[in-house]
Design a protein around this ligand. Structure first.
Ligand code: NAI
Ligand code: MG
Length: 360
């Protein structure tokens, strides 16, 4: 049987960029004898419009059953005033939570052709290829107690940075596994100098590392990590960090590479009965209401998310590299959607034209 993919285009530019991915998927079936059983469903505002919920239970069940889920983007101004419980983002949060996707992979890769788009000097970023592994389901965004409480006649806002050994262990393992497929180097970032959770983090990561003797492990305080990311990002390969630091460090790393329209991501969970991790692949960008319906969106982030699926869910690293090389080539040849143009930069091509040249 073919591996199965659940495609959730979502809202705004989601369906526009996903249409190009669907052409790429069809190409792999035709030309590379690599076919997928694809099912498409609704998420976010589109699901709310149809069912009154941003993620129908049937869709959730399909996500559990699929070998991988590919998502476009959710949200948009039409849904801004909805009740919190049915907001489009809740559909995405439910997928992440119920699939228990604890390991968020955010590559920051700088194609040479786009190095001048970086916030940094070309030399510092050109050829950059790092991967941030962010813990996604625990830490300060979830720890209890949390809330705004009354204390000594004033209010106090509380979040709790809380990590169990098991939570650190499983995300550390995913980072070391990843490092084995890359350049065998992991830098773990926390604040063991001032945080108890950081002390435990460093201890557990070190313990898991003993099972991966081929991988080089270093530790860095996360504040220094932020500084090093903008000073000399190429010193890193895989960066392993928690939810809060990972949120900040991955946004910082994103800007090393230029446009939001270029950035893919993967969120992985435990290995299932099919021998594959639970997995959701999506571009980092949102639904871009300002350019929706104009074929201006850059489909590359979504296409590179599918390349990550090829590599991490389907063990097709060579085919993933083929797709990434096509992206690199069209950029080197000068193909540019609007988001990849400077102020004085010629006529952009459309979403569909970008799909055309990548396929060609
Ligand atoms: P956004 O990422 O949608 O857009 C930010 C800016 O980047 C806009 O100017 C947009 O035109 C541009 N942009 C984004 N993706 C692009 C692409 N592929 N090609 C060319 N240009 C692109 O973030 P924003 O504006 O803050 O949020 C818009 C909506 O998207 C909101 O409803 C928000 O909640 C939602 N959102 C959803 C996310 C998701 O589905 N994972 C993530 C972030 C935001
Ligand atoms: Mg963020």
């Amino acid at each position: 049987a073919n591996p199965s993919l659940l495609i959730l285009p979502g809202d705004g530019i989601g369906p526009e960029v996903m249409a190009e991915v669907e052409r790429v998927i069809a190409w792999f079936g035709d030309k590379r004898d690599l076919s997928f059983d694809v099912e498409t469903d609704l998420v976010g505002g589109a699901a709310y419009d149809a069912h009154g919920t941003p993620l129908h239970d049937d869709t959730m069940a399909k996500a559990h059953a699929a070998d991988a889920v590919l998502l476009g983007a959710v949200g948009g101004p039409a849904y801004d005033d909805l009740d919190f419980s049915v907001k489009p983002e809740r559909g995405l949060l439910r997928l992440r939570k119920e699939m228990d996707l604890f390991s968020n992979l955010r590559p920051a890769q700088c194609f040479d052709a786009l190095a001048d788009f970086s916030s940094l000097k070309r030399d510092i970023v050109s050829g950059l290829d790092i991967m941030i592994v962010r813990e996604l389901t625990s830490g300060s965004y979830f720890g209890e107690p949390r809330g705004i409480f009354e204390e000594d006649g004033q209010r106090v806002g509380i979040n709790t940075q809380r990590y169990t050994e098991a939570e650190i262990d499983r995300v550390a393992r995913s980072a070391f596994e990843l490092a084995m497929r890359r350049n065998k180097r992991v830098c773990s970032m926390e604040k063991a100098n001032v945080m108890e959770s950081g002390i435990l983090w460093r201890e557990v990561v070190t313990k898991v590392h003993a099972e991966y003797p081929e991988v080089g492990l270093s530790h860095m305080y996360a504040d220094n990590g932020a500084m090093q990311l903008v000073r000399a990002p190429k010193q890193f390969d895989v960066i392993l960090t928690d939810n809060l630091f990972g949120d900040i460090l991955s946004d910082c790393a994103a800007m090393l590479t230029g446009s939001l329209g270029m950035l893919p991501s993967a969120s992985l969970g435990a290995i299932g009965e099919n021998g594959r991790p639970k997995a959701l692949y999506e571009p980092v960008h949102g639904s871009a209401p300002d350019i929706t319906g104009q074929s201006k969106a850059n489909p590359i982030a979504c296409i590179l998310s599918f390349a990550m699926a090829l590599r991490y869910s389907f063990d097709q690293g060579a085919e993933a590299a083929r797709l990434e090389a096509a992206v690199e080539k069209v950029l080197a040849d000068g193909a540019r959607t609007g988001d990849l143009m400077g102020p004085d930069g010629g006529t952009p091509i459309s979403t569909i034209q970008m799909g055309d040249v990548i396929l060609a």
